[in-house]
Ligand binder design. Structure first.
Ligand SMILES: Cc1cc2nc3c(=O)[nH]c(=O)nc-3n(C[C@H](O)[C@H](O)[C@H](O)COP(=O)(O)OP(=O)(O)OC[C@H]3O[C@@H](n4cnc5c(N)ncnc54)[C@H](O)[C@@H]3O)c2cc1C
Length: 253
């Protein structure tokens, strides 16, 4: 369920770091602001922007890294992006994040659309790792107050639990990456009554095993599910994108 965004709104924008906050042991929130955000579409909070990094050796080359728009405040022209602090071997985004300071500027393109959750479902099943916490948080905030369901979040440590605003009958379950298996945690949950809407985003290999579980074992139809990989262990985003494209072409259920 994607909405089309006017291509003019997807132009390159300059944004400047205004605040840096550590929101958990392995997550940093950067608040950016700039007048270029004057026509940023509010409806796409929860969608993603691409941060543009130049190649240090060849400034004509660019590398884009997608990140979720966690909040947008039109009054102050500010956006928040929550970054996982990961130790992947010197990615463009993670290296930049390590030394970022207030006042630093960067260009973004986008937004790409937020993946809509059908509110017609009987219940909701969200699964994600830390890179998906921002998108899941936005989706939880938009659910109807009487929504019920389950959220399983894989975090890097116990100190990465954060407070999420959500309907009362949505249960949050935290699993620690090193201590448990995400697929096992998902499979062990007692299935609720009726048809769920399933929303999954995480590392590529984990996404594939969860896709098998939801599509083949639980027979969830594509219209009742969003499932995506946000990154792939051992590969950079360019390599991950190629793998993801080939994989989705082969996945024909
Ligand atoms: C639609 C979408 C929305 C996203 N939203 C967010 C978001 O809001 N916050 C966020 O933090 N990420 C988000 N991501 C994931 C983010 O784009 C990737 O993690 C990205 O690859 C990081 O870029 P990099 O330059 O640091 O690393 P890359 O150059 O891409 O990779 C370098 C190395 O780091 C490893 N690596 C990359 N990401 C991670 C990770 N999360 N954990 C551990 N190792 C990693 C890679 O496997 C590789 O070995 C999103 C991705 C998508 C597709």
């Amino acid at each position: 369920m994607k909405t089309k965004i006017d291509p003019i709104l997807k132009r390159k924008r300059r944004i400047v770091v205004k605040k840096i906050n550590k929101i958990s042991k392995n997550m940093k929130r950067l608040t950016f602001s700039h007048e270029d955000l004057y026509d940023f579409p509010e409806s796409e909070v929860g969608g993603y922007v691409k941060l543009i990094f130049a190649d240090k050796n060849d400034l004509s080359k660019n590398f884009a890294r997608p990140f979720t728009v966690r909040n947008f405040r039109r009054d102050s022209l500010e956006i928040d992006i929550d970054f996982v602090i990961h130790d992947g071997d010197h990615g463009y985004a993670s290296s930049w994040l390590n030394s970022v300071n207030n006042g630093d500027e960067i260009f973004i393109t986008g937004p790409g659309p937020r993946e809509r959750v059908s509110h017609q479902a009987d219940w909701f099943f969200f699964v994600g790792d830390m890179s998906a916490i921002p998108a899941i948080s936005v989706n939880l905030e938009m659910l109807p107050r009487n929504a019920c369901g389950i959220v399983i979040l894989e975090i890097l440590s116990n100190q990465d639990r954060i407070k999420l605003r959500k309907p009362e009958n949505i249960n949050i379950n935290w699993v620690i990456d090193q201590e448990s298996n995400l697929l096992e945690s998902v499979s062990n949950f007692k299935w609720l009554r009726g048809t769920p809407f399933v929303w999954v985003a995480c590392e590529f290999s984990k996404m594939k095993s969860l896709r098998n579980f939801f599509q083949i074992k639980k027979k969830i139809e594509k219209t009742n599910m969003y499932i995506s990989s946000y990154w792939k262990s051992g590969l950079n985003q360019e390599e991950h994108k190629i793998l993801k494209k080939n994989d989705s072409e082969k996945w024909i259920l």
